[in-house]
Ligand binder design. Structure first.
Ligand code: NAP
Length: 316
């Protein structure tokens, strides 16, 4: 039997990495096998991945030696950082560097770096249409990822740069679902006017990443953008109205109002949505759903995602 190619997956118990582990496990004849990296091999989520046939190993992106060990013998590595766990762009950049060095040390043949745009290429710090945050960023959780791309290139790691999109799952887990207004009607709020929002089912990110690993060297050194669809806020509200059987009204608010909502990360996300709105064409163009569908034929539309997940969206 030919040797199976190990794909070491950072964030395996989370959204992106979990989708990748499940995609590999669902394709047992493929020649690939998933190695799930977690800080706690005994957690229920880790055990569930082991049950699917994944090898589960300990590793922490803040501990380079543990990560180098977890990448040992792997053909591929899926690299993702966790901005919302610490809200620190500097930490995110340090973690990306750790992953790049660990991948190089282990001789990984193909890494995927889950990245986003460095928005400062479009909105330099002296452009005051949106505030500078944390001293030197416009959209910290984007800029840190984009700035980190070069860490993989400079380390000499054969890398595919995967541009991800807004998870529709944010409607469930990130407090972005519709909320009742004073009149009781559900309102879906985005500071994006009529601009389109490239979105994706979080589970499809890992499935697309699996397509990239299967595609192999043709994707090394390339940037691959993925989305399920590019609906506007009004189209998302209309889709939710159909799925929930209850009116959902789109409420476009100004980005400066969104930035002032006061929840942790509101300024970062306000700038992010403004960037989507003001650079709609540049943000949508690299995220072609046809590209994502070629990588992952099961790619979901927003309607399909809603049909499967509508009961999980909190409407409070
Ligand atoms: N939400 C969106 O719309 C969206 C869109 C595009 C990109 N993103 C980006 O996606 C990234 C997060 O990815 P995700 O959503 O897949 O994460 P997630 O679902 O929050 O999962 C994170 C997993 O990573 C693991 N983890 C956390 N800290 C770790 C560490 N120090 N070392 C090793 N593993 C660690 C945890 O596993 P264990 O506890 O098992 O170790 C956890 O299960 C963020 O940087 C965010 O900016 C989000």
């Amino acid at each position: 039997m030919p040797e199976r190619k190990i794909i070491a997956v950072v964030g395996a118990t989370g959204a992106q990495g979990g989708g990748l582990v499940r995609a590999i496990a669902a394709d047992p004849g493929s020649g690939f096998v998933a190695r799930a990296i977690t800080r706690d091999v005994d957690s229920d989520k880790a055990k569930a991945l082991a049950k699917l046939g994944a090898e589960v190993v300990a590793g922490d992106v803040d501990d380079e030696a543990s990560l180098s060990k977890a990448f040992e013998g792997a053909h591929g590595a899926y690299c993702v950082t966790f901005f919302w766990a610490h809200f620190s762009p500097e930490k995110e950049i340090a973690e990306a560097g750790t992953m790049a060095r660990a991948a190089k040390a282990a001789g990984v043949r193909h890494a995927i770096w889950s990245t986003l745009e460095d928005t400062r290429k479009w909105v330099p710090l002296d452009d005051h249409r949106m505030p500078t945050l944390m001293g030197k960023y416009k959209v910290p959780h984007f800029d840190a990822k984009g700035e980190s791309n070069r860490l993989f290139t400079e380390a000499g790691v054969p890398t595919t740069f995967l541009l991800t999109s807004f998870y529709w799952d944010n409607l469930i887990h990130f407090g972005m679902g519709p909320k009742p207004g004073a009149d009781g009607v559900l309102g879906f709020t985005l500071p994006m006017g009529e601009a389109r929002l490239p979105g994706i089912a979080a589970e499809d990110i890992g499935r697309c990443a699996y397509g990239v690993f299967k595609g192999g060297t043709q994707y090394v050194g390339k940037t691959v953008g993925i989305a399920g669809e590019h609906p506007t806020g009004a189209q998302m509200a209309a889709a939710m109205t159909r799925a929930l059987g209850r009116e959902v009204r789109y409420q476009a608010i100004p980005p400066e109002v969104y930035r002032g909502l006061g929840f942790p990360g509101a300024e970062d996300l306000g700038n992010m949505f403004q960037f989507y709105r003001d650079f709609e064409r540049d943000f949508c163009a690299p995220r072609d759903p046809a590209v994502a569908r070629a990588l992952n034929p099961a790619l979901q539309s927003f309607d399909q995602w809603l049909a499967a997940n509508k009961s999980r969206i909190p409407l409070g």
